[in-house]
Design a binder for this molecule. Structure first.
Ligand code: MSP
Length: 530
């Protein structure tokens, strides 16, 4: 069913992943980040449309398929399954799936190209240059070695003349410069905007948008010259609008959102490597050339990279981190938690198995899981799991209530600003305080003294209530584990519950807790060397 949005939803998309290899931890990070934001916005009272998908055309795919001895279609279908299975495993829930071989997408790409062609924005030109037969690409002076020749890695290099289609990118560079200067929110984090402006200095080149079919057949044919297929960006970037319903009526596309209701996207979540030039130069210029006004240009959210011991992950270094097996070991939520707590959005981080083990065993098992377990155990042991609210209060209780109340605005503001790690830290103040509260109030001693009975009730109530808040606030980050925590707390989150409804007293007088079960069983894992 196509969702209908009476109010504009929060529209979030991610980069679509190349399907020439299986997903690694960097891909997983980006999708989890977007999923966390989508879940957060929903709980924060917005409707959300979350679109993600796969980038299935291109030379690399064509080559990989040839190597594997299968058709490109079979090849991408196989790789795409790895992605969809991973998103399911990691609880990444999207509303729209952008696969670029989808015919609805291909029709929109062609319609856009035709419009730009009709508007005189595309032209054909011949290019003469040095061409690597092995790598199937034209080489520039950048590829020359110090002695002026092309290295052996390029194989045979021949001089070749080839015709291609070009987009008049240079016509719009001045517009883009002033757009960036007058729209400080276009790129998050804002300091990346200067990289874009630097790149625009002296950028007078138009964009080559085609490849002759003899060289590349696995792509979308240009509607006005079928001897060429579109090459890369008019295919890949267009996903953001084609699956949002752009030109749907003209293209006969159904089962897509109504474009005018959901555009512009509130956030295109991308990695720093694809900011300049594709997302910060080609994309806004494409939209501008198509007639999108300035207030219809979407915001870019640019995250950093996960490296391994300071180095880029790569097949040749053999350091590619596989999220699938990590989710098996650490549970999907354990991995989601690590990926959100150990990086600041916009900056790079180093993937470290030691830190993953630490975050799971020390923080999830030892901190949160243990708090839940011992709070519930005590409530069952001393009160059969029945909570009583009235009868006692003191400054220590008030201090815990204060910490809970303070966590909410800090969390909301951090999350709204993409500082997920700070949002987690804001909630963790409740966990730390509640653990210290157990140590200082000593419910096990109170239980021995009948005169302290009302105080014991209040302590048990405060622990369970504080934990219920935690189990709501951390639900975007760890949806499954927090649902289990709420089950154990015996509290059903009402459908449509929003953060704004979080206030002390979710658990009523006479509330019955359910049975405790270890939420994050401690893992006996040897810390890898290094
Ligand atoms: N298909 C293009 C994007 C087209 S968007 C219109 C692409 N695909 S990709 O598979 O190479 O990368 C997909 C996303 O994963 C990108 O946003 C990229 O930045 C991100 N990452 C790839 N490696 C990464 C890390 N090591 N760490 C974090 N994110 C990384 O680019």
């Amino acid at each position: 069913m196509t969702p209908l949005f009476p109010v504009k939803p929060y529209f979030i998309t991610t980069a679509i992943d190349y399907t020439n290899a299986a997903p690694h931890i960097g891909h997983a990070y980006e999708k989890v980040l977007a999923d966390v934001m989508a879940r957060f916005q929903r709980k924060n009272g917005r409707e959300v449309y979350f679109l993600t998908g796969v980038d299935q055309h291109g030379q690399k795919v064509q080559k990989s398929a040839e190597k594997a001895g299968v058709s490109p279609r079979e090849f991408v279908e196989g790789v795409t399954e790895h992605f969809t299975a991973l998103w399911e495993k990691l609880d990444v829930h999207y509303d729209g799936w952008a696969a670029t071989t989808d015919e609805r997408h291909q029709r929109v790409v062609q319609a856009i190209l035709q419009r730009l062609h009709d508007a005189g924005q595309l032209y054909k030109k011949s290019h003469k240059g040095f061409y690597s037969v092995r790598q199937e690409q034209f080489l520039t002076d950048k590829e020359r070695g110090p002695d002026g020749t092309f290295g052996a890695e390029w194989g045979e290099v021949v001089e070749l003349e080839e015709e291609n289609w070009y987009f008049r990118l240079s016509d719009h560079v001045e517009w883009l410069k002033s757009f960036i200067q007058s729209h400080p929110n276009f790129i998050f984090p804002a300091n990346r905007a200067k990289d874009v402006l630097n790149a625009l200095e002296g950028a007078g080149q138009d964009l080559c948008i085609s490849r002759p079919v003899e060289r590349l057949s696995w792509g979308i044919p240009l509607p006005f010259d079928p001897r060429f297929v579109n090459y890369v960006w008019f295919d890949a970037l267009t996903n953001y609008v084609s699956f949002a319903g752009y030109l749907a009526a003209e293209c006969g596309n159904d089962q897509l959102p109504e474009f005018s209701r959901i555009w512009p996207a509130d956030a295109h979540v991308i990695g720093k490597d694809i900011l300049v030039p594709p997302h910060a130069v080609y994309w806004p210029i494409m939209l501008h050339a198509l007639g999108f006004p300035d207030n219809q240009i979407p915001q870019l959210v640019v995250h950093g990279w996960w490296n391994v011991k300071g180095a880029k992950m790569s097949k040749s270094l053999g350091n590619v981190i596989n999220p699938d097996s990590l989710a098996d070991t650490f549970t999907p939520d354990g991995l989601r938690y690590y990926l959100m707590r150990d990086i600041a959005t916009g900056q790079d981080s180093d993937f470290s198995e030691e830190r993953l083990i630490m975050s799971y065993n020390k923080e999830l098992a030892g901190g949160l899981g243990n708090l839940l377990n011992r709070s519930l155990n005590m409530a069952h042991k001393y009160r059969g799991g029945l909570l009583t609210t009235a009868g006692y209060d003191d400054a220590e209780n008030a201090a815990l209530r204060h910490t809970v109340a303070e966590a909410l605005p800090a969390y909301i503001s951090a999350m709204n600003g993409w500082a997920i790690h700070e949002g987690i830290a804001a909630v963790w103040k409740i966990v730390t305080h509640a653990n210290a509260f157990v140590d200082s109030t000593k419910p096990f001693s109170l239980a021995k003294d009948p005169a302290q009975s009302a105080r014991l009730d209040s302590v048990l109530y405060h622990l369970a209530e504080a934990l219920t808040h935690v189990a709501v606030l951390l639900s975007p980050i760890m949806p499954e584990a927090m649902a289990k925590a709420r089950d154990q707390l015996g509290w059903d989150m009402p459908a449509g519950f929003h953060f704004s409804q979080l206030s002390w007293g979710l658990l009523a007088d006479g509330h019955q807790l359910s049975s405790p079960q270890p939420l994050f069983p401690r893992l006996e894992i040897q810390t890898p060397e290094g």
